[in-house]
Design a protein around this ligand. Structure first.
Ligand SMILES: CC(=O)[C@@H](O)[C@H](O)COP(=O)(O)O
Length: 258
């Protein structure tokens, strides 16, 4: 059975999107990303030297791995204007037009600024970018982003780097009920069960960085995340049994021969 993630007409086999920050070395980054089986790799435009393709640099790895789809992101941008300018620059350097829009509202929570995110999305979409916005887990903001033409919505599970896991499964369920574009949980995943829960809820993918990069063994955690996303997706497709307050014997008594 083929069960692919489709974003703006592009098909991906992996539903796990991973970041490239916080690793100890470029070698460790590559090993972890391979263990995650990720096809879409996000890179913070403001945190890497895009022109440094020297041996051992992150850009040399990202340029070499033609099998990865780069998802440049605007981490560290606090206004729509900054985010738009950052992505225009990346486009001039030939980095893909599929982009992760991240406009941060404050450095302590790293929560997104809704107004600025909407404004930046509007401009970028007009300019032909395919926009995947990081956003709050608010069904209204997600609907507005979708209405603007975003190719997916990426509500957070919890604050970036917090590892707190899915804080509001009910909001995610409402977002999923109404969205016609993929819903990708982005940020705050701490361990494999968080990723599985997101997928069991029906999310179309999970984006994460810190849970893998800051695990004691990032490569092992990356492979755990790969399996968790896949298991969660299978459980969602299989459809969970109904919950019941009372027991229901595994060997039914009806028809038992006395
Ligand atoms: C890499 C990236 O894009 C982060 O800004 C993202 O939101 C991941 O967050 P975590 O580090 O909490 O997984």
């Amino acid at each position: 059975m083929t069960d692919s993630l489709v974003i703006a007409g592009r098909t991906f086999q992996s539903r796990l999107i991973v970041g490239t920050g916080k690793y100890k070395s470029t070698e460790e980054t590559e090993l972890a990303l391979d263990a995650a089986g990720a096809e879409i790799i996000t890179v913070a435009l403001r945190r890497v030297d895009l022109k440094d393709k020297s041996s051992g640099s992150l850009m040399s790895l990202l340029t070499r791995r033609k099998d990865w789809t780069l998802l440049p992101n605007t981490a560290g941008c606090y206004t729509a204007d900054e985010a738009v300018r950052t992505l225009r620059l990346a486009r001039e350097l030939g980095i893909a037009s599929l982009v992760k829009l991240e406009v941060i509202g404050d450095p302590k929570t790293l929560y997104p600024d809704n107004e600025q995110t909407l404004e930046a999305a509007r401009t970028l979409i007009k300019e032909g970018f395919t926009v995947l916005p990081y956003c709050i887990d608010d069904p209204i903001v997600c609907r507005k982003l979708e209405d603007l033409g975003c190719a997916a919505v990426m509500p957070l599970a919890a604050p970036i780097g917090s590892g707190l896991g899915i804080r509001n499964p009910h909001n995610l369920a409402i977002i999923l009920e109404h969205a016609k574009v993929p819903v990708i949980v982005d940020a705050g995943v701490g361990t494999a069960s968080d990723a599985a829960i997101a997928m069991e809820l029906g999310c179309h993918g999970v984006l994460m960085n810190t849970a893998i990069a800051h695990a004691k063994d990032p490569v092992l955690m990356a492979s755990a995340m790969k399996e968790a996303v896949s298991c969660g997706r299978k459980a969602f497709l299989a459809g969970r049994m109904a919950k019941s307050r009372y027991a229901n014997a595994s060997s039914p008594t009806a028809g038992v021969i006395e």
